[in-house]
Design a protein around this ligand. Structure first.
Ligand SMILES: Nc1nc2c(c(=O)[nH]1)N(C=O)[C@@H](CNc1ccc(C(=O)N[C@@H](CCC(=O)O)C(=O)O)cc1)CN2
Ligand SMILES: Nc1ncnc2c1ncn2[C@@H]1O[C@H](COP(=O)(O)OP(=O)(O)OP(=O)(O)O)[C@@H](O)[C@H]1O
Length: 213
C-alpha cells in the first residue's frame, strides 16, 4: 500500500477495502459525473482565484524541485479551468532546464512530448489544445499532469481519454509524475483500476503530497 509522507490525511487499508466494495456498478458513468462536477466547480472559482492558486502551486513546485539543472520537464497548455502554469514552464530555461508539452499524434495512443519555449510556434490539436508545431521529441524526466480530480492514494481523474495512463505505462525512463490540481478537487477515492497510474507527488495551492511507491 502507498502512503503519503508529507501532509495528507492517513489512508487506512480497511477504508480502502470498504471502498473497493463500494465501487459504483457503472464506473465509467460515475467518472463522467465526477468530471463534469469537478470541472464546473473549478470554473466556478473565477479567473482571479484560479490565477492566485496557480501562482501558489508554482511556488510549491519551486520549493519541491529546487534543482532542475539539465532536466526536461513537460507541462501542459491549460484548458477548462486548469491551473495556468505556463509562466512557470517558461521560466525553466533560466534554471538550466528545458520545457516540453504533450502532443496527441494519434487518437487513443500514447502522448509524445515536444520541446517548447515561449516563442516557439504552436498548432491546434485535440479539443483545440495548442501543442508545439515542431520541436524535438523528448522523454521528460518530470511530467506535470493536470488533475480533474485526485484521491488520497495519489490516483488521478483526467478527461477520460486514458492518454496519460497509456503514456506513463510505456515511458522508457519512468519519469517523476507530479499531478497539479485544486485542493477542492480531492475525492475519497477515484476507484482506481489496473490501468490507472498513480502520481508520485500531488501539488495543490495549499499543500504538496508525496506518495511512496
Ligand atoms: N491541458 C491539457 N492538455 C492535455 C491533457 C490534459 O489533461 N490537459 N491531456 C491529458 O490526457 C491530453 C489530452 N487529453 C484528452 C483526454 C480526453 C479527450 C476526449 O476526447 N475525451 C472524450 C471523453 C472520453 C470518455 O469519457 O470516454 C470527450 O471529451 O468526448 C481529449 C483529450 C494531452 N493534453
Ligand atoms: N495503458 C492503457 N492501455 C490501453 N488503454 C488504456 C490504458 N490506460 C487507460 N486506458 C483506457 O483509457 C480509457 C480512459 O481511462 P481513464 O478513465 O482512466 O481516463 P483518464 O485518466 O481520466 O484520462 P486522461 O489521462 O486522458 O486525462 C479507459 O477506457 C481505459 O481502458
Amino acid at each position: 500500500m502507498r502512503r503519503s509522507r508529507l501532509s495528507s490525511p492517513p489512508c487506512f487499508l480497511d477504508e480502502l477495502e470498504s471502498q473497493a466494495e463500494d465501487q459504483p456498478d457503472d464506473l465509467p458513468r460515475w467518472r463522467r459525473t465526477q468530471r463534469d462536477r469537478l470541472i464546473a466547480d473549478r470554473l466556478g472559482l473565477g479567473v482571479a482565484i484560479r490565477s492566485l492558486y496557480a501562482r501558489q502551486m508554482a511556488e510549491r513546485l519551486n520549493r519541491f524541485l529546487p534543482d532542475l539543472t539539465n532536466c526536461t520537464v513537460s507541462g501542459y497548455w491549460p484548458c477548462k479551468g486548469e491551473p495556468d502554469l505556463r509562466p512557470w514552464l517558461s521560466s525553466l530555461g533560466i534554471r538550466g532546464a528545458r520545457g516540453a508539452l504533450p502532443v496527441i499524434v494519434e487518437k487513443n495512443t500514447a502522448l509524445r512530448f515536444r520541446l517548447w519555449r515561449a516563442s516557439d510556434p504552436l498548432e491546434k490539436g485535440i479539443w483545440n489544445i495548442p501543442h508545439p508545431a515542431s520541436g524535438a521529441e523528448v522523454d521528460p524526466d518530470i511530467v506535470i499532469v493536470p488533475l480533474v480530480g485526485f484521491d488520497c492514494a495519489g490516483y488521478r481523474l483526467g478527461y477520460g481519454g486514458g492518454y496519460f495512463d497509456r503514456t506513463l505505462a510505456v515511458a522508457p525512463n519512468r519519469p517523476r509524475i507530479i499531478g497539479v490540481g485544486y485542493a477542492q478537487s480531492r475525492l475519497e477515492t477515484i476507484h482506481p483500476q489496473p490501468h490507472d497510474v498513480p502520481m508520485d507527488v500531488i501539488v495543490t495551492e495549499s499543500e504538496a503530497l508525496e506518495y511512496e511507491r
